[in-house]
Design a protein around this ligand. Structure first.
Ligand code: PLP
Length: 394
């Protein structure tokens, strides 16, 4: 076999995603796109805010000389300053452009941070359930992923975390608002995590960095606010993107912001800029950097997402599905009514409902619904969910 054994193994492990994609295509060809209820992918179907188009038009009509050239590997100072200004306002901390690196999405940002931090065999803690790519990203940079359970409500379990932290723990990835659960961590939870990390750092004489993956930070409901990790965690880095809040996932634009008070901050920033270059990204897309500079306070229409969440949550709970009501992101993560989440997902497919099993997020026994799809498709899906629940005698 020409490809590496490791990649071959990863491909086999991730085959359900490919199969699900192929199944969606097959069902759409038979029944038509409006009769297939594909809840598998977190690809926002809303359009970017109007201001994005206005800025794009302005730039197209008045091109800036050199606007398609390479720039500093960290990104344009103007864009990094715009990001820093909002962070300064939110936290009161002395953020400036020197603490920000523009990246190719949040995925690129996480890889840049991991490359910068990890030595071979360093451990990176992830909290179950988690965004499946973390495992591959950690492996990219020679690290070891350590999975840690959360509470039954998917909140950080400090005792489990305390047991999992070792002298080799280099980073902890947290993700709030969470994919797939929609949970938003409170200020109290971040503070408690900060205390635990400090205690472990002094016990092991080590440095542990928190990588806070926040592409859904602006996608929250019912007046919920996402507390800033910078206020509670000293060695913290926010990795994020405008894939979800401005609905620009295909444009690959995001950033890393590091806490001005983080250990070895100057060296850390130099490392991040080096990793951005040598991972082959070189710099974040120039055009997008110029556009998002003026959009730091914008977001997509949250009402649309809230309405979709409520339609599905109300219908599914009325059928007997058990789940937390998510505070953010655009996913539901109900308990599988069958012990085997894979079998449940296959049963749902027979009703043209496509879902992702919890096993795909490191937590079997659940399933994920991505509701960032057309409202009409969601409405059309409700009778099929009812028939599925009847078939399972719920
Ligand atoms: N982190 C989480 C939790 C995500 O859900 C996603 C995308 O779905 C990403 C990171 C990657 O985001 P991006 O498309 O900006 O790379």
């Amino acid at each position: 076999m020409a490809i590496s054994k490791k990649v071959e193994k990863f491909l086999a492990g991730a085959s359900f995603i490919r199969k699900m994609f192929e199944e969606g295509e097959r069902l759409r060809a038979i029944y038509g796109a409006d009769k297939v209820f594909d809840f598998t992918i977190g690809n926002p179907n809303v359009e970017p805010p109007e201001k994005f188009r206005e800025e794009l038009k302005k730039l197209a009509l008045n091109p800036v000389p050199g606007m398609h050239r390479y720039m500093s590997n960290a990104g344009y100072t103007e864009t990094r300053s715009a990001v820093a200004e909002v962070l300064k306002e939110e936290t009161g901390l002395p953020f400036g452009p020197e603490f920000v690196v523009m990246t190719t999405g949040a995925g690129g940002a996480i890889n840049v941070v991991l490359k910068t931090l990890l030595d071979p065999e360093d451990e990176v803690i992830v909290l179950k359930p988690y965004f499946v790519e973390y495992r591959f990203y950690v492996d990219n940079h020679g690290g070891k992923t350590v999975e840690v359970s959360t509470t039954p409500e998917f909140r950080p379990d400090l005792e489990a975390l305390s047991r999992a932290i070792t002298p080799r723990t280099k980073a902890i990835i947290i993700n709030s608002p969470n994919n797939p659960t929609g949970v938003v961590y409170s200020a109290g939870e971040l503070e408690a995590l900060g205390k635990l990390i400090k205690q472990k750092e002094s016990e092991y004489n080590s440095d542990i960095y928190v990588i806070s993956d926040e592409p859904y930070a602006k996608i929250v409901y019912d007046g919920i606010k996402v507390p800033s990790v910078f206020l509670y965690l000293d060695n913290s880095l926010v990795v994020t993107s405008h894939s979800k809040d401005l609905a620009l996932p295909g444009e690959r634009i995001g950033y890393i912001a590091a806490s001005p008070g983080a250990k070895d901050i100057e060296l850390l920033m130099e490392g991040l800029v080096f990793a951005n270059r040598t991972l082959g990204f070189v710099n974040a897309p120039a055009l997008m950097q110029r556009l998002v500079a003026g959009l730091q306070r914008e977001s997509v229409d949250l009402e649309e997402y809230r309405e979709k969440r409520d339609i599905l949550y109300n219908h599914l709970t009325s059928l007997g599905f058990e789940m937390n009501k998510p505070d953010g992101a655009f996913y539901l993560f109900p308990k599988s009514p069958l012990p085997d989440d894979g079998e449940f997902v296959r049963k749902a497919q027979e009703h043209n409902i496509l879902l992702v099993p919890g096993a795909g997020f490191g937590l079997p026994g659940y399933f994920r619904i991505a509701y960032c799809i057309d409202k009409q498709i969601i409405i059309n899906s409700l009778p099929s969910f009812t028939r599925l629940a009847e078939e399972l005698d719920m």
